[in-house]
Design a protein around this ligand. Structure first.
Ligand code: PLP
Length: 379
């Protein structure tokens, strides 16, 4: 099957359940034990093994090009179960310095409290990796496209370094989606998603996903089973339904976001635009080489600093000022006051995340309407 076909059919039950074209919702916590042999054959929704879980696990694996997949109760459930399947007290993790805030707090707070150490590196500076390596380093954690500057990191260098030193690589591919990029094909061991975002794509579900080898995903599932981070069957149904249109949505969002980025980059009231599809962006060459499309996100600095950014957020009429991303509605946010509020101002400045930066998650509206809305708000 080609990618488009996999989105609709991969992993579907064969034969169909009662002939149903969609997988019915198995809203049953437990299932009759009849004929099952041992504990591991027990069907119980927390063990992520209802028919609704099974179809999603198989479909995700097909889309990411991995042996196995798993859905979870949130992106953070996927990230925490994946990390906890690999590290414990006395272990050390290397991670890119600019991560999603929840992941950063998990590493520096919760995992630190469990005795796991982390060293942050700039994943674009492979020459610095060796100095950060320790005998107890187990894993290297990065994101496929970073938030909010949309950097495309030196992912090949991360994989090569990890392989040389026996580290497991984890990549949060939420912003890229398997439409634009399949990290396992570039050698990553575990691919993670906040399925809340593009995979579901309708701003109505919290979910996460993991893909990788059967052995690694089984390790993550074991943690997930114990910590109780399974996705409810009804949310599985919604996620499966949302994913069917993933490619159509992401293709559109790729095109619209590039058009808006190009428009803003020519605008007198805009000082700088960050978008991996613009030749001015540091990640342009890598995105062009590795990605099918450059994604639905962009960020920009208005010419008038923080007051101009605030005026923009207060003046948009079509776009909504809200956190999150990847849905059909265009969302705008100022990371210094939302996703990166917890990062100290000096650290934000060091990472290049200005207080005036505006992040945009492009939705599915007509590009002309969005450009008119932004023109109005900038004016
Ligand atoms: N990873 C990225 C890149 C995110 O943007 C988010 C949420 O904003 C997460 C992970 C966490 O996902 P969730 O909110 O589904 O737990």
């Amino acid at each position: 099957m080609r990618f488009s076909t996999k989105l609709i059919h991969a992993g579907g039950p064969d034969p169909r359940i009662e002939g149903a074209l969609t997988v019915p919702i198995f809203q049953s916590s437990t299932f009759e034990h009849a004929g099952r042999m041992g504990y591991h054959d027990v069907k119980y929704a927390r063990l992520s093994n209802t028919p609704n879980h099974d179809v999603l696990a198989a479909r995700l694996a097909a889309l990411e090009g991995t042996e196995a997949g798993l859905v979870t109760a949130s992106g953070m459930a996927a990230i925490s179960a994946a990390l906890l399947s690999l590290v414990g007290a006395g272990d050390h993790v290397l991670a890119h310095e600019a991560l999603y805030g929840g992941t950063h707090s998990l590493l520096t707070g919760d995992l630190a409290a469990l005795g796991v150490e982390v060293t942050f590196v700039d994943a674009n500076r492979a020459e610095t990796f060796a100095a950060a390596l320790r005998p107890n380093t187990r894993a290297f954690y990065v994101e496929a496209i970073t938030n909010p500057l949309l950097e495309v990191l030196d992912l090949d260098a991360v994989v090569a370094f990890a392989r040389k030193h026996g580290l497991t690589t984890l990549i949060d591919s939420t912003m890229a989606t398997p439409v634009n990029f399949r990290p396992a094909e570039r050698g990553f061991d575990l691919v993670l998603h906040s399925a809340t975002k593009y995979l579901n794509g309708h701003t109505d579900v919290i979910a996460g996903a993991v893909a990788g080898s059967a052995e690694r995903v089984a390790g993550v599932k074991k943690k997930l089973d114990h910590f109780g981070g399974s996705l409810d069957p009804h949310a599985c149904f919604l996620l499966e339904r949302g994913m069917k249109t993933l490619e159509l949505r992401v293709e559109r969002q790729n095109r619209t976001s590039l058009a808006v980025a190009e428009h803003l980059s020519r605008h007198a009231a805009v000082a700088h635009v960050f978008h991996p599809g613009l030749p001015s962006h540091a990640g342009y060459a890598r995105a062009k080489a590795w990605f099918r499309g450059t994604g639905g996100m962009l960020s920009f600095r208005p010419a008038g600093g923080v007051p101009a950014a605030e005026r923009f957020l207060g003046s948009v009429r079509l776009a909504t000022s809200a956190p999150s991303l990847g849905g059909p509605e265009t969302l705008v946010t100022r990371p210094a006051t939302t996703s990166h509020q917890g990062v100290a101002a000096a650290e934000r400045a060091r990472l290049g995340i200005g207080d005036d930066l505006v992040r945009v998650s492009i939705g599915l509206e007509a590009v002309e309407d969005l450009i008119e809305d932004f023109e109005h708000a900038l004016g």
